[in-house]
Ligand binder design. Sequence first.
Ligand SMILES: Cc1cc2nc3c(=O)[nH]c(=O)nc-3n(C[C@H](O)[C@H](O)[C@H](O)COP(=O)(O)O)c2cc1C
Length: 204
Amino acid sequence: MSAETARRTVAVAVTGASGAIYATRTLAALLERGCHVELVISDYGRRLLRDELGEAAAVDKLAEYLASQYGDAIRNGTFTLYSNRDLGAKIASGSQNCEAMVIVPCSMKSLAGIAHGLSRNLVERAADVMLKERRTLIIVPRETPMSLPQLRNMTLCAEAGAMIMPAMPAFYQMPKTLDDLADFMAGKILSALGFPHDLYPAWK
Ligand SMILES: Cc1cc2nc3c(=O)[nH]c(=O)nc-3n(C[C@H](O)[C@H](O)[C@H](O)COP(=O)(O)O)c2cc1C
């Protein structure tokens, strides 16, 4: 098997929920491990990256931002950025080789679209593909408090086979910084995808 075919391909979607740092840490962790990332960022996801992390994290500078925050090892991997309007993109089809998708963070709007199979944009369509092909879909919702429709939408997605992984970092690892909290969530995502990591200390 060539190095190229051995490269794992994971789709990452970033939507307009608070917690852009969870997205950048997860992206960096996948790239450090040599993954190819199929990346789609909704309009509000783009806004959240800039609002929460600053202009340097704007989508057109994302690779440089990730390298500056997490180091040059992110260049072990590659990513392709798709428009959320491009329903003809590779990840909109079940015939592509993308093994898993992570939506981090996931807004209640995108959650609702996925729960009801709407496929209105590439985030929703690619998630729908993961569900119909019985592949791994990890949804990292962020909202508080939650309405009954939002809770029901999470249940619908879980019943359809998605893993619901709320953006709920733990405090038993004694976090000192926001990065520690982001490491925890990225570590949980990596574990669910089957990647070894030391992003947080194992519970003893
Ligand atoms: C600064 C900001 C923070 C937001 N935080 C959240 C949030 O934490 N959770 C959520 O569900 N929506 C949040 N929203 C609202 C969503 O961005 C909005 O519903 C948007 O239409 C989601 O679209 P998308 O899923 O296509 O990104 C936020 C919006 C803004 C501007």
